[in-house]
Design a protein around this ligand. Structure first.
Ligand code: ADP
Ligand code: MG
Length: 232
């Protein structure tokens, strides 16, 4: 798992515990989960529905806090950080792609990719050129002024990927990003993600049920009794 002693994982989950209380019952979802994500490496998270994949991604992406354990981003422990500091890390270091694209319907593809950059404080002109560059890179150069409803499912998902990497994150989490797509389109979207790992050395964790796609990634993990296990 170590990739050179001097290197620090982009994200390291240490002994993560997460449980939900449902009435009288306690649902222990994560129970000592550990996982290191490395720059330039794609990792597939393949586990049955309800096993805690989304929970793990949300915790690793600082969208949710664990009950116990620590999430390190670039070697920095995040549990003691303020909400403002966590939000800052989410904006600059972390990208998220969901099963449904979650694009803003009233904005064009380009505006959807500009927004996270503007929130970060970049100049409008810079956000325009960077949005054009990323959308072009993902094969959407002639779709920049389309609104989400004017795009196909695969195009919508590629815009969502462009938005997720707009601020050049160090890690990209994708929660069943091809789950709503037909096999051909899923392949296209998946290729876009793999291309980004190669080109930008972003670390990537993709929750997926698609074993064929998982097999094309650098590494496969699963969840068993609340822990992360390596497959293969
Ligand atoms: P997966 O993504 O692998 O399908 P999830 O992480 O979404 O799994 O959910 C894991 C388990 O935790 C499920 O059994 C789900 O019902 C439960 N769960 C998820 N979120 C909550 C919540 N906010 N409150 C109670 N239970 C939850
Ligand atoms: Mg899920």
């Amino acid at each position: 798992m170590e990739q050179g002693a001097e290197e620090v994982p982009v994200v390291y989950l240490h002994e993560i515990k997460r449980q939900y209380t449902q009435g009288e019952t306690k649902l222990v979802i994560l129970d000592g989960a550990k996982l290191a994500l490395w720059a330039g490496q794609s990792v597939a998270l393949v586990a049955p529905s309800g096993s805690g994949k989304s929970t793990l991604l949300h915790i690793a992406g600082l969208l949710e806090s664990p009950d116990e354990g620590e999430v390190y981003v670039g070697g920095t422990a995040t549990s003691g950080l303020s909400d403002v500091e966590r939000t800052q890390i989410r904006r600059t270091d972390i990208g998220f792609v969901y099963q449904s694209h979650r694009l803003l319907p009233e904005f064009t593809a380009r505006e959807n990719v500009m927004l996270p950059q503007m929130i970060r404080g970049l100049k409008r002109s810079e956000t325009i050129s960077r949005a054009r560059e990323i959308l072009g890179y993902l094969g959407l150069g002639d779709r920049v002024t389309h609104r989400p409803a004017e795009l196909s499912g695969g195009e919508q998902q590629r815009v969502a990927i462009a938005r997720a990497v707009a601020n050049a994150p160090r890690v990209l989490f994708a929660d069943e990003p091809t789950g709503n797509l037909d096999p051909h389109t899923a392949d296209h979207v998946f290729n876009a993600l793999m291309q980004l790992v190669k080109a930008t050395r972003v670390a990537m964790l993709i929750a997926t049920h698609n074993m064929a796609l998982a097999d094309r990634m650098d590494r496969r993990v699963s969840l068993e009794n609340g822990r992360v296990i390596e497959l293969d």
